[in-house]
Design a protein around this ligand. Structure first.
Ligand code: MF3
Ligand code: CO
Ligand code: CO
Length: 252
């Protein structure tokens, strides 16, 4: 990794801030009665208005500008006419492409009042991501990240999805390395200053297994239990890491 990583960090931060800003807008309008298609339109417009492209749109044939994954949908839910109702949880995943660089982030939103069960799952999922981000610095192993997430969520009684993972990101949307959200300390690649990748744990209330629906995208829990996810794009530094998809307005 050469010194040019500073430029990569700046570019990724620009893209990441737009993606985070889109989610801040979603946070303002999300409530029972709106459709996932309306969320998609909002993300499309916000990202365009900020001089960027929505990377998911037409990515490998994906038809919309963001992913909306409700309740037992693990990831890659396709926005539609589907109306959100009180008690739903919905992950909105946006990726902005600005000046050739990607920023990828997602949050799970609570629609009105949700069950204590859903509340706990969403909180634990967020915590697991932040705990992993907290240990990242030059020299640790990728397995340290997975192990941090897995040990925490399993202690809380939840399970880690294994069929999808975080990923390197930059001029390319998805690149090496694969960032698994489970694993053993001290195993896997050693991460280095300047690397940019996502952490995006998908955590299930029940069993970890998933299956993909006939639309070729929507991944759901096999046992129909609830699933939550959060995602940040980060850059590794000597003593820690920088989060490129932080919200200016709210903590999550
Ligand atoms: N944003 C997702 C991720 O975190 C990828 C979505 S690809 C799509 O990697 F085609 F489904 F949009
Ligand atoms: Co991602
Ligand atoms: Co994403």
């Amino acid at each position: 990794m050469n010194v040019d990583y500073k430029e990569a960090f700046e570019k990724t931060k620009e893209a990441g801030s737009i993606a985070a800003g889109a989610l801040d807008e979603v946070n303002k309008i999300i409530k029972p009665g709106i459709s996932t298609g309306q969320i998609d339109m909002l993300c499309y417009e916000y990202i365009n208005d900020h001089g960027a492209y929505s990377a998911p749109l037409f990515y490998r044939g994906f038809p919309k500008s963001c992913c909306t994954s409700t309740n037992h949908v693990v990831c890659h839910g396709i926005p539609s006419e589907k109306i959100l109702k009180e008690g739903d949880i919905v992950n909105v995943d946006v990726t902005a492409l600005k000046n050739g660089w990607h920023g990828d982030t997602s949050r799970t939103f609570k629609v009105g009042n949700v069950s204590i069960k859903a509340e706990k799952l969403v909180q634990a999922t967020y915590e697991s991501m932040m705990k992993a981000i907290g240990i990242i610095k030059d020299g640790i192993h990728l397995g340290d990240i997975g192990s941090t997430i897995q040990s925490y969520v399993e202690k809380e009684g939840f399970s880690v999805v294994q069929d999808f993972c975080g990923h390197g990101i930059g001029k390319t949307f998805h690149k090496e390395p694969n960032v698994l959200h489970y694993g053993e300390k001290g195993t896997g690649e050693i991460i280095k200053t300047g690397m940019i990748f996502t952490i995006e744990p998908m955590i299930n209330y029940g069993n970890y297994e998933t299956k993909t629906l006939n639309d070729g995208w929507t991944a759901v829990t096999k046992d129909k239990s609830l699933s939550a996810q959060f995602e940040h794009t980060i850059g590794v530094t000597k003593d820690g890491c920088e989060i490129f998809t932080k919200s200016e307005k709210i903590i999550k």
